[in-house]
Design a protein around this ligand. Structure first.
Ligand SMILES: [Zn+2]
Ligand SMILES: [Zn+2]
Length: 178
Protein backbone atom coordinates (compact mmCIF):
# COMPACT_ATOMS: atom_id res chain seq x y z
CA UNK A 1 0.00 0.00 0.00
CA UNK A 2 2.83 2.34 -0.86
CA UNK A 3 1.95 5.80 -2.08
CA UNK A 4 4.43 7.94 -3.96
CA UNK A 5 4.31 11.39 -2.41
CA UNK A 6 7.28 12.85 -4.31
CA UNK A 7 5.00 15.29 -6.13
CA UNK A 8 3.63 17.01 -3.00
CA UNK A 9 6.27 16.56 -0.32
CA UNK A 10 8.39 19.61 -1.21
CA UNK A 11 5.48 21.97 -1.66
CA UNK A 12 3.40 23.16 1.32
CA UNK A 13 -0.26 23.43 0.38
CA UNK A 14 0.01 20.81 -2.36
CA UNK A 15 -2.48 17.96 -2.23
CA UNK A 16 -3.21 14.69 -3.96
CA UNK A 17 -5.97 12.13 -3.80
CA UNK A 18 -5.36 8.49 -3.00
CA UNK A 19 -7.70 5.80 -4.32
CA UNK A 20 -6.73 2.21 -3.85
CA UNK A 21 -8.18 -1.27 -3.84
CA UNK A 22 -5.76 -3.67 -2.20
CA UNK A 23 -5.61 -6.81 -0.13
CA UNK A 24 -5.01 -6.15 3.54
CA UNK A 25 -4.71 -9.68 5.00
CA UNK A 26 -6.63 -11.15 7.98
CA UNK A 27 -7.85 -8.57 10.50
CA UNK A 28 -8.04 -10.28 13.88
CA UNK A 29 -11.32 -12.23 14.02
CA UNK A 30 -12.49 -10.62 10.79
CA UNK A 31 -11.72 -12.29 7.48
CA UNK A 32 -11.73 -9.92 4.51
CA UNK A 33 -13.70 -11.30 1.54
CA UNK A 34 -12.47 -8.62 -0.85
CA UNK A 35 -9.95 -5.84 -1.18
CA UNK A 36 -9.83 -2.76 1.03
CA UNK A 37 -11.11 0.34 -0.69
CA UNK A 38 -9.23 3.46 0.31
CA UNK A 39 -10.38 6.95 -0.61
CA UNK A 40 -8.34 9.69 0.93
CA UNK A 41 -6.67 13.04 0.47
CA UNK A 42 -3.08 13.81 1.29
CA UNK A 43 -2.25 17.43 2.02
CA UNK A 44 1.17 18.92 2.60
CA UNK A 45 0.64 21.05 5.72
CA UNK A 46 4.28 22.15 5.88
CA UNK A 47 5.53 20.13 8.86
CA UNK A 48 3.56 17.03 7.88
CA UNK A 49 1.59 15.28 5.19
CA UNK A 50 -1.95 14.90 6.51
CA UNK A 51 -3.94 11.92 5.32
CA UNK A 52 -7.70 11.98 5.74
CA UNK A 53 -10.30 9.71 4.26
CA UNK A 54 -11.96 6.33 4.64
CA UNK A 55 -11.07 2.67 4.33
CA UNK A 56 -13.77 0.05 3.71
CA UNK A 57 -13.53 -3.71 3.48
CA UNK A 58 -16.12 -6.50 3.31
CA UNK A 59 -15.50 -9.15 5.99
CA UNK A 60 -17.00 -12.20 7.62
CA UNK A 61 -17.16 -12.50 11.41
CA UNK A 62 -18.66 -14.95 13.88
CA UNK A 63 -21.83 -13.99 15.73
CA UNK A 64 -21.00 -13.43 19.41
CA UNK A 65 -24.12 -15.39 20.48
CA UNK A 66 -24.62 -18.29 18.04
CA UNK A 67 -21.18 -18.40 16.34
CA UNK A 68 -22.77 -18.39 12.87
CA UNK A 69 -20.86 -16.57 10.20
CA UNK A 70 -22.07 -13.10 9.33
CA UNK A 71 -21.00 -10.63 6.67
CA UNK A 72 -20.56 -6.93 7.10
CA UNK A 73 -18.54 -4.04 5.76
CA UNK A 74 -15.96 -2.55 8.09
CA UNK A 75 -15.56 1.14 7.62
CA UNK A 76 -12.87 3.26 9.24
CA UNK A 77 -11.88 6.90 9.21
CA UNK A 78 -8.28 7.56 8.31
CA UNK A 79 -6.70 10.55 10.04
CA UNK A 80 -2.94 10.28 10.05
CA UNK A 81 0.02 12.63 10.00
CA UNK A 82 3.23 11.65 8.22
CA UNK A 83 6.51 13.42 8.87
CA UNK A 84 9.72 12.93 6.98
CA UNK A 85 12.65 11.57 8.96
CA UNK A 86 16.22 12.54 8.03
CA UNK A 87 17.12 8.89 7.50
CA UNK A 88 15.32 5.54 7.39
CA UNK A 89 13.63 5.51 10.85
CA UNK A 90 14.40 2.75 13.35
CA UNK A 91 11.56 0.86 14.98
CA UNK A 92 12.17 2.64 18.31
CA UNK A 93 12.06 6.07 16.62
CA UNK A 94 8.86 5.17 14.83
CA UNK A 95 7.22 4.09 18.07
CA UNK A 96 8.28 7.17 20.00
CA UNK A 97 7.16 9.61 17.27
CA UNK A 98 3.78 7.93 17.14
CA UNK A 99 3.28 7.79 20.91
CA UNK A 100 4.61 11.23 21.80
CA UNK A 101 3.70 13.30 18.76
CA UNK A 102 1.09 11.21 16.96
CA UNK A 103 3.07 11.27 13.72
CA UNK A 104 4.17 8.44 11.47
CA UNK A 105 7.74 8.84 10.26
CA UNK A 106 8.67 8.12 6.67
CA UNK A 107 11.77 8.52 4.57
CA UNK A 108 12.11 9.05 0.86
CA UNK A 109 9.33 9.50 -1.67
CA UNK A 110 6.97 6.80 -0.41
CA UNK A 111 4.65 6.37 2.53
CA UNK A 112 3.14 3.02 3.42
CA UNK A 113 -0.56 3.12 4.34
CA UNK A 114 -0.75 -0.54 5.28
CA UNK A 115 -0.06 -0.24 9.03
CA UNK A 116 -2.37 2.73 9.72
CA UNK A 117 -5.13 1.29 7.51
CA UNK A 118 -4.99 -2.08 9.27
CA UNK A 119 -4.97 -0.36 12.68
CA UNK A 120 -8.06 1.72 11.87
CA UNK A 121 -9.94 -1.28 10.48
CA UNK A 122 -9.10 -3.42 13.53
CA UNK A 123 -10.60 -0.71 15.74
CA UNK A 124 -13.75 -0.73 13.58
CA UNK A 125 -14.51 -4.42 14.32
CA UNK A 126 -17.62 -4.55 16.54
CA UNK A 127 -17.02 -5.97 20.04
CA UNK A 128 -20.24 -8.04 19.94
CA UNK A 129 -21.04 -8.80 16.30
CA UNK A 130 -24.56 -10.26 15.98
CA UNK A 131 -25.97 -12.17 12.99
CA UNK A 132 -29.22 -10.29 13.72
CA UNK A 133 -30.31 -8.15 16.67
CA UNK A 134 -32.74 -10.78 17.99
CA UNK A 135 -30.28 -13.69 17.79
CA UNK A 136 -31.11 -16.14 20.63
CA UNK A 137 -27.66 -17.69 20.70
CA UNK A 138 -26.66 -21.10 22.02
CA UNK A 139 -27.97 -22.61 25.27
CA UNK A 140 -25.01 -22.52 27.67
CA UNK A 141 -26.24 -25.74 29.32
CA UNK A 142 -26.94 -28.11 26.41
CA UNK A 143 -25.41 -26.35 23.38
CA UNK A 144 -28.63 -26.26 21.32
CA UNK A 145 -28.76 -23.46 18.75
CA UNK A 146 -31.83 -21.66 20.08
CA UNK A 147 -32.42 -19.95 16.71
CA UNK A 148 -33.25 -23.38 15.24
CA UNK A 149 -35.14 -25.01 18.10
CA UNK A 150 -35.93 -24.49 21.78
CA UNK A 151 -34.32 -26.80 24.34
CA UNK A 152 -35.49 -28.49 27.53
CA UNK A 153 -33.27 -26.33 29.74
CA UNK A 154 -35.31 -23.22 28.95
CA UNK A 155 -38.50 -25.02 30.06
CA UNK A 156 -36.93 -26.16 33.32
CA UNK A 157 -35.51 -22.77 34.24
CA UNK A 158 -37.38 -21.72 37.36
CA UNK A 159 -38.24 -18.22 38.45
CA UNK A 160 -36.07 -17.66 41.58
CA UNK A 161 -39.10 -16.39 43.54
CA UNK A 162 -41.00 -19.64 42.93
CA UNK A 163 -37.87 -21.58 43.75
CA UNK A 164 -37.77 -19.86 47.19
CA UNK A 165 -41.43 -20.73 47.76
CA UNK A 166 -40.85 -24.34 46.81
CA UNK A 167 -38.01 -24.60 49.32
CA UNK A 168 -40.34 -23.21 51.97
CA UNK A 169 -43.02 -25.77 51.17
CA UNK A 170 -40.50 -28.57 51.34
CA UNK A 171 -39.56 -27.50 54.88
CA UNK A 172 -43.18 -27.29 55.98
CA UNK A 173 -43.90 -30.70 54.60
CA UNK A 174 -41.12 -32.40 56.48
CA UNK A 175 -42.91 -33.11 59.78
CA UNK A 176 -45.71 -34.87 57.93
CA UNK A 177 -43.25 -37.02 56.04
CA UNK A 178 -42.26 -38.85 59.22
ZN1 LIG B 1 -26.31 -15.24 16.01
ZN1 LIG C 1 -30.43 -26.20 26.73
Amino acid sequence: MKVNIGRIKGEPGARMSVQRREDVGPLGEANPTGPVEIRADLVNTGPTLALSGTAKVPVTLRCARCLDELSLCLEAQLEDQYREAPGPPEEEELRRALEEEGVILYHGDEIDLRGPVRESLLLAIPMQPLCRPECRGICPACGTDLNRQPCECAAEAVDPRFEALRQLNVKNERPEER
